[in-house]
Design a protein around this ligand. Structure first.
Ligand code: 8YV
Length: 354
């Protein structure tokens, strides 16, 4: 008798044709409507699962894992994975994966779009026009900040940060400064046209500051009232990373009181809830976490997540070697081309050894 097929949980409706590839190897339980899963629902869904395909809306920590004895793999559809407790996953030898690279340029595009929309008051202008105010036009209507030739600050200089630097330097002739945990090699700095700065220099010198760093306990509210006070009052702040990087009440206060000119936000600490004090401001552009939201990119993310999940379960063409793992546990012992049954067995052995 052949070994039972692994069970996988797919937490949100994604692209049926791509997610359908899992069915060639696994029993798939796919959620059919967009859902806000409470922790107890996630725990219940994982109880009998060998693997899961999840989005950043599903938080998976020690509590959820405690009730999931079979779980061996979690494929996150997203490059950021602060929704996953990596230490708890590693303690169990569970492989977690993310979706880097495929969304880099699309997310950098959105970062630049927000920067331009906020600095040049694009959405505010549109609201004004639609509100029938054009007859009140004067020569100083909707004056915004310059972008070309100004100083672009980038906090977090991974792939997306470098994409934004390239756009600023090569496309808009900006002086680009960045701050990051580690400095980039000289050759990379030269190719993206960016110069390393301390955090304080970055805050003080940026005309436009874009946040692109991972969210963690260490970066929680990195942009707080004190940091905002060190920025130019004419500056623009853009956040396309995670809402928790910014103390939102402090930001709303700075925007309302002329201590910061404008902001563009794609992410929020309590998303999908957005603070009323931000919603009330005219000088903030608000988008609903659409950084990676182009059809081609979202499809590429789901494809990579499916490839990761199958491989982490010891299945499919990359069996045992998921393309983009984020846990210390990165591989199962399965060899490429191993059968489903062998993959399942070797996967369990690898987890048990940890
Ligand atoms: C989300 C993102 O993945 O990749 C990330 O880290 O924030 C986004 O691309 C996307 O919104 C789906 O959850």
């Amino acid at each position: 008798m052949s070994a039972p097929r692994p069970r996988v949980w797919v937490s949100q409706p994604l692209f049926d044709d791509i997610v359908g590839q899992l069915a060639a190897h696994c029993e798939v339980e796919a959620v059919s409507a967009v859902s806000e899963h409470a922790p107890a629902d996630v725990a219940a869904a994982l109880r009998d699962a060998d693997g899961a395909l999840v989005t950043l809306n599903e938080r998976i920590g020690a509590g959820e894992l405690a009730a999931a004895p079979r779980l061996r793999a979690i494929a996150n559809v997203g490059v950021g994975y602060n929704n996953l407790d990596i230490a708890a996953l590693d303690a169990r030898g569970i492989i977690a994966t993310n979706t880097p690279d495929v969304l880099t340029e699309t997310t950098a595009d959105l970062g630049f779009a927000l920067l331009m929309a906020a600095a040049r008051r694009v959405t505010e202008s549109e609201r004004w026009l639609r509100g029938g105010h054009w007859r009140q036009w004067s020569f100083s209507t909707m004056l915004g900040a310059e972008i070309h030739g100004r100083t672009l600050g980038i906090l977090g200089m991974g792939r997306i940060g470098q994409g934004i630097a390239r756009r600023g330097h090569h496309g808009f002739g900006m002086k680009v400064l960045y701050h990051n945990r580690s400095r980039l090699p000289d050759a990379v700095e030269r190719s993206v046209g960016a110069r390393y700065a301390t955090f304080d220099e970055l805050l003080a010198q940026a005309d436009h500051l874009v946040l692109v760093l991972p969210y963690s306990a260490a970066s929680h509210h990195l942009i707080d009232a004190a940091a905002l006070a060190r920025m130019k009052p004419t500056a623009t702040l853009v956040n396309i990373a995670r809402g928790g990087l910014v103390d939102e009440p402090a930001l709303a206060d700075a925007l309302a009181n002329g201590r910061l000119a404008a902001a563009g936000l794609d992410v929020y600490e309590g998303e999908p809830a957005v603070r009323p004090e931000l919603l009330a401001l005219r000088n903030v552009v608000l988008t609903p976490h659409i950084g990676s939201a182009s059809l081609a990119t979202r499809r590429a993310m789901v494809q990579l997540a499916v490839d990761n999940l199958l491989a982490a379960l010891g299945l499919g063409p990359d069996a045992g070697r998921p393309p983009t793992p984020v846990t210390a546990t990165k591989t199962t012992a399965a060899r490429p081309g191993a059968t489903d049954a062998a993959g399942i067995a070797t996967g369990k052995t690898a987890a048990g050894k940890r």
